[in-house]
Design a protein around this ligand. Structure first.
Ligand code: AYL
Length: 533
């Protein structure tokens, strides 16, 4: 048994992402605005973007980089992100996109794990990028600083070389286009191998549901380095010939100012921004009337909160669900569906099959008769489709633990489904924590906490703060004689060593970390104790 998308299958062309997005550009498309820098207002047309993509591909080929090589891309949202990202893919190389908030240590790990041979960054992030590149053995001439910096080539330097893009050939179904990092259901971040076909498929699957058109102006503050920004914003919107307004970081007045000034029509957020849109007094000072849809994804959205945003802005609110490992979207409330509750994730996108499996028994739950408004029992959501990853780079064990022999990806999320096929995420089985939509792998924080001389043992889980947002909480066992260790000490120790989204925000001292006979942390016990307190 399984349940499928209520929508008919869509055709997925067997082409590279470049051919899919840029192959059909008409003269009229070329004259359209592709990206607008939210800060300076500078813009590039589709024709200019395509020329830059080909120029970057040519520059990489001139340096001997192409099929089989990995190139790091470490940049906040700026228009040049699109040129470099698609340039890397057009050269035949694989792009590993790196979180702009990462520390030098985090960047170095990703560069080493992915065997990246070159790195693109921006001048404000150069100190950490340079340190990481040095650790990974990438020479300065292969650390390209988009906006320029002493001792490094700039994007402009690459483009003025005038190299033409190479002829490359590969199988879109098996050639890895991107390697975003995700911790999946357990452990540390792993390279998610997404093929050209995975990315093309997900655009084909979501475009009919999302209603992005060439008349749309998208507000793009969600990072392009994360799969949400990469597929839903960058690729789906470029495919539809819409215009993207880029913002390098979230700042409420700038966000509202960009919507008002640039007349954005489609706004993409993670749930914490919904809180500001629903409640912050500043929102009333800006003209938000251009917005027809606010789309939320990456973490659970509350129904009342979503409704409050819809009412205040006079727009539609929609929610999508997915995972980096699914390129990412498997579920979305369609743009033309006003009925579905906003705390559900809508039906499965086309070309996918899903199961809900009771984690205790391993049996599928009973699905309801078509049209029933009841919901099924909860079960772990398993998904299969052309957007499901090839596997984790160099990690057969993690791949085998996540992708079963029937091709189903075990998401580690607990969901229900109703008689219309609408899926609601109700809990998380896996250890992953989401802070503002960003992944926080507890295993990483636990390992770091154990390096503290006064800490004997530690476990980290996600808990809800006053606003209902998930935050990382550490349960800490002190070393004998370390009575003076305080929660603030622990918080500060972590904060000095990790990027801001991974900070531990709550600490509780305990006597012993609950563990299974095999030594696995019993996070469930910690969570149960937490929700009872
Ligand atoms: P990753 N509701 C609840 N949990 C969610 C949701 C949601 N709407 N979306 C993502 N998650 C959690 O790889 C869930 O635990 O990708 C899931 O396994 O960083 C995990 O986040 C995956 O985290 C969109 C827009 C999907 C965005 C995305 C998110 C991709 C996040 C569909 O339309």
């Amino acid at each position: 048994m399984s349940f499928t998308s209520p929508f008919p299958d869509v055709d997925i062309p067997n082409v590279s992402l470049y051919d899919f997005l840029f192959g059909g550009l008409t003269d009229a498309d070329r004259a359209r605005t592709a990206l607008i820098d939210g800060g300076s207002g500078a813009s590039v047309t589709y024709g200019e973007l395509d020329a830059q993509v080909l120029g970057v591909a040519g520059a990489l080929a001139a340096r001997g980089l192409g099929v089989g090589d990995v190139v790091g891309l470490h940049s906040p949202n700026v228009p040049a992100f699109a040129s470099v990202f698609h340039g890397i893919l057009r050269s035949g190389a694989t792009a590993t996109t790196i979180n702009a908030l990462y520390t030098a240590e985090d960047i170095a790990k990703q560069l080493a794990d992915s065997h990246a041979k070159a790195l693109f960054t921006v001048s404000p992030l150069l100190p950490q990028a340079k340190a990481a590149a040095a650790q990974a053995g990438i020479p300065d001439e292969l650390v390209v600083v988009l906006d320029g910096a002493e001792g490094h080539p700039s994007l402009r330097d690459l483009l003025v070389e005038g190299n033409s893009a190479p002829d490359v050939s590969f199988d879109p179904a098996t050639h890895v286009a991107v390697l975003p990092y995700s911790s999946g259901t357990t452990g540390r971040p792993k390279g998610v191998m997404l093929s050209h076909r995975n990315l093309v498929a997900n655009v084909c699957q979501i475009v009919p549901r999302m209603g992005i058109t060439a008349d749309d102006r998208l507000l793009c503050v969600l990072p392009f380095f994360h799969i949400y920004g990469m597929t839903v914003l960058l690729d789906a919107a470029l495919y539809q010939r819409a215009s993207l307004v880029t913002m390098p970081k979230f700042d409420l007045p700038e966000f509202l100012g960009n919507v008002a000034e640039k007349k954005c029509t489609y706004v993409f957020i993670a749930p914490p921004v919904a809180v500001a849109l629903a409640k912050h007094p500043l929102v009333d000072q800006y003209d938000m009337s251009s917005v027809h849809t606010v789309f939320s994804g990456a973490a659970p959205l509350d129904h009342e909160l979503g409704m409050a945003v819809a009412k205040r802005l006079g727009c539609n609110v929609r929610q999508g669900y997915g995972m980096s490992e699914m390129s990412p979207v498997s579920h979305a409330i369609p743009f033309d569906d006003d009925e579905t509750r906003l705390d559900s994730c809508g039906p499965t996108v086309a070309n996918m099959e899903c199961k809900l499996v009771d984690p205790g028994t391993g049996e599928e739950v009973e699905y309801l008769a078509e049209g029933s408004t009841e919901v099924s029992a909860p079960g772990e959501l398993w998904c299969k489709g052309p957007n499901v990853m090839l596997g984790y780079l160099g990690n057969e064990q993690a791949t085998a633990d996540t992708l079963d022999s029937d091709g189903y990806l075990h998401t580690g999320d607990i969901a229900t489904v109703d008689g219309k096929g609408v899926v609601t995420i109700v809990d998380r089985l896996k250890e992953l924590i989401k802070y503002k939509g960003y992944q926080v792998p507890p295993a990483e924080l636990e390992a770091l906490l154990l390096t503290h001389p006064q800490i004997a043992d530690a476990a980290v889980i996600g808990v809800q703060d006053e606003d209902g947002e998930e935050v990382p909480k550490a349960f800490v066992v002190k070393q004998a004689g370390a009575e003076e260790l305080t929660a603030d000490d622990v918080i500060a120790f972590v904060a000095e060593r990790v990027s801001p989204h991974k900070k531990v925000r709550r600490v509780e001292f305990i006597d012993i970390v609950p563990k299974s006979a095999a030594g696995k942390i019993l996070r469930k016990d910690l969570r149960t104790a937490e929700s009872a307190s």
